[in-house]
Design a protein around this ligand. Structure first.
Ligand SMILES: [Fe+2]
Ligand SMILES: [Fe+2]
Length: 171
């Protein structure tokens, strides 16, 4: 595992989300640079800041997808929680004097890009419809109605998908 390099296919097209994801990547890269540094205090600070920032990103993302009515908002939150727990466990080991920087870096690097590709990309359509509905440009009544129809259509699509998934799982 080396420095993480952002590739355009990781972009969700939602500016704020992309900005936050890139900032998490910056933190992971800082951790990579410091991983074998003798400055444990500095390393501990980067780990702490990185966790804080990542958790605040999760909170932002969860509230966006919940408001957007995304079908998998609940499971998505669970995935975040599980990951947060693992990272905090590692931080505790670090605080206890263990040398976890390389292991932590490897885990974060693998997890983040996978999560963005496979899970974050899943909510993009729902979130975009919702954000467009919320944007200031949609002040016009006709436009609002059109967007409302679009949201309902998206929800209907999700409902169908959910039914399909439930049937698949009950086999
Ligand atoms: Fe996520
Ligand atoms: Fe995310």
């Amino acid at each position: 595992m080396a420095l993480l390099v952002w590739v355009p296919e990781l972009d969700t097209g939602i500016a704020e989300i992309d900005r936050q994801h890139r900032r998490i990547v910056d933190y992971i890269n800082r951790l990579y640079e410091l991983r074998s540094s003798p400055d444990r205090e500095g390393l501990g600070d980067v780990i702490g800041e990185m966790i804080d920032y990542t958790v605040s990103h999760f909170v932002f993302e969860e509230s966006l997808i919940e408001s957007a009515g995304y079908m998998f908002a609940g499971p998505h939150k669970k995935v975040h929680e599980l990951f947060t727990r693992r990272v905090i466990e590692m931080q505790t080991r670090f605080d206890g004097g263990e040398d976890v920087a390389a292991e932590l870096h490897g885990m974060l690097s693998r997890w983040l890009f996978n999560h963005i590709r496979n899970e974050d990309h899943g909510y993009v359509d729902s979130a975009k419809v919702y954000l467009r509905m919320m944007s200031k440009e949609s002040g016009h009544t006709a436009e609002k109605e059109r967007l409302k129809a679009e949201v309902l259509q998206e929800l209907e699509l999700q409902r169908k998908k959910k039914g399909w998934l439930a049937r698949l799982l009950s086999r």
